[in-house]
Design a protein around this ligand. Structure first.
Ligand code: DAH
Length: 350
């Protein structure tokens, strides 16, 4: 029956015509459903084969099956084409222009205090001092008692203390935030026998109002050397060497008598801050010729006794310095509060 084979041909031609107009994968899926899908044009023909006179069935069936194969082939080809085009489009749109300049990635750096701490400890390490750290929450016994500062003694007024809501192991004396790194002197001597040569970098706290030269938290480096025959000359030599390495040859150093309960004699050491004769400027913008950077002295016999060292056999020297103050002096920073203000303009300079 001629007309029915015509229908197959017409349906096929029409479908191929529509296929040409399909421009994307969604459109292709629509085309597939409407042509080869369950209710698609060709499927309808194949389904209606049952109602065709028997002798016509083989021819029509064969024609419809050929048409199906042809359409499926075209579908596969078109699908491949569209996929390739789609991929090319994605590659084109999402490609990276490697010649464009990159975004700058901000770089972190060490805090000026950290740098100063490391520099300072490495100067002493090169002179044979070991480096040790200790607890920031401290017992009254180490922060004061063993440093020859008994309870209720007026010398305690030198350190405005932050006490905390925690008590020692015996449960009767409140603990504190260490006011200096000196408690480590006693802790170290208690657990080692002489000779001792150690520096202790660390954070300290004081119950203080802040201003350009005072912070309620800051860092110190403590030093301690104990052995037979250690003299004040050893102390001076060590600190001169430190100052020379840290500030250079042209800054001057001054020792003056000072009082600290855990040393006898006690001194403080200052670094010169003279006006430059040419520019009239000082290394640090403060109207002072000398700036104090540390306290030091010969370890008090009572301190040695307290930790079980025999003061008639051993002598030693100790020192404690303010790390931020040294950084201020070295880099010409005139306000200690900058170290904790977290202003990146300040932090990025070092
Ligand atoms: N610990 C003292 C302070 O914070 C500084 C100090 C002075 C430390 C004399 C010492 C020393 O070791 O011998 O003010």
């Amino acid at each position: 029956m001629q007309p029915q084979t015509d229908v197959v041909e017409r349906t096929t031609d029409e479908a191929l015509e529509r296929l040409k107009a399909v421009s994307d994968l969604d459109g292709l899926e629509e085309w597939r459903v409407s042509t080869l899908g369950r209710n698609g044009a060709l499927t309808q023909i194949l389904r209606s084969l049952g109602s065709v006179p028997k002798e016509e069935r083989p021819r029509l069936g064969a024609a419809a099956n050929r048409a199906k194969t042809v359409l499926e082939q075209h579908l596969a080809e078109r699908e491949q084409e569209l996929k390739t085009a789609h991929l090319a489009d994605v590659v084109e749109r999402e490609s990276i222009d490697v010649t464009l300049p990159g975004w700058p990635v901000p770089q972190g750096r060490l805090h000026p205090t950290t740098r100063m701490l490391r520099e300072t400890t490495s100067v002493f390490a090169s002179m044979g001092f070991q480096v040790e750290e200790g607890p920031e929450i401290e017992l009254d016994r180490y922060n004061f008692d063993l440093l020859n500062i008994p309870k209720d003694h007026p010398a305690r007024d030198m350190w405005d203390t932050l006490w905390i809501d925690r008590v020692d192991e015996q449960g009767n004396r409140p603990m504190l935030l260490r006011t200096h790194t000196s408690p480590m002197q006693a802790r170290i001597m208690e657990k080692t026998s002489p000779p001792v040569r150690v520096v202790v970098p660390g954070k300290c706290y004081r119950y203080e109002a802040t201003d350009a030269t005072h912070e309620w938290h800051f860092h110190q480096v403590e030093g301690l050397a104990v052995d037979k025959g250690i003299t004040f000359a050893d102390l001076k030599g060590t600190l001169y060497e430190f100052a020379r390495r840290t500030f250079g040859e042209d800054r001057q150093i001054r020792f003056r008598c000072d009082f600290f309960p855990f040393v006898e004699p006690g001194v403080d050491m200052s670094i010169s801050n003279f006006k430059d004769p040419k520019t009239g400027k000082r290394p640090i913008n403060r109207d002072e010729d000398w700036i104090e950077i540390l306290g030091a002295g010969m370890v008090h016999p009572s301190v040695l006794e307290g930790v079980g060292y025999d003061p008639s056999v051993y002598t030693g020297f100790a020192f404690g310095m303010g790390v931020e103050r040294i950084a201020m002096l070295k880099y010409g920073i005139d306000d200690i509060r900058l170290f904790y203000s977290n202003d990146v303009r300040f932090l990025q300079q070092v």
